[in-house]
Design a binder for this molecule. Sequence first.
Ligand SMILES: [Zn+2]
Length: 201
Amino acid sequence: MKGMIIRHGNRKKWVIALTFDDGPQEPYTGQILDLLAKYSIKATFFLTGEKVEQNPDIVRRIISDGHEVGNHSYSHKTMRCRPLKWLRTEIEKADEQLLQAGACQPISFRPPFGRTSFLLISLLKKMKKKMILWDIGPKDYKYAHPYEIVGKVLKKIKPGSIIVLHDGGGDRSVTVETVNILVKDIREMGYKFVTISELID
Ligand SMILES: [Zn+2]
């Protein structure tokens, strides 16, 4: 199973992957897409199948803007202590929605809450899917001020880092403001933004 659980990319390459979980959720996803377009940056969105089904247009925009999409399960329930069939259905149903919206295979997977298990890992291996975790999770949903989140990221950032922010799950306007500041700061440090598939290539 070596190489199938990813927490970061090559530590010698001056690249960063910005990822967004729990969307799509308007207006935040669209606002983040506007910012990414303004700065000419590509990111990766780990979407839940349920929300893709409800908002297919914004998913098509994510893809047509050149970003990558990943599978974040269908219903965003914890995947611990679940039977194999339940796990498989959660992953397959989300893939189905993503493919319908125009995603391309292989679609990587990020478990809800980053919670994993041996059963889930062995299933993903059978499905030839990589599990994408992160090394920088500033818990953007907990903070009221973008600078708190930016500070947390900049303190931990390293070549190859995977940053996770959230474009869904409540009011995400602080995350939108954070992206605007963070992207400029990271670029000034000389990093290039890449998608997850580019990061692990
Ligand atoms: Zn999530």
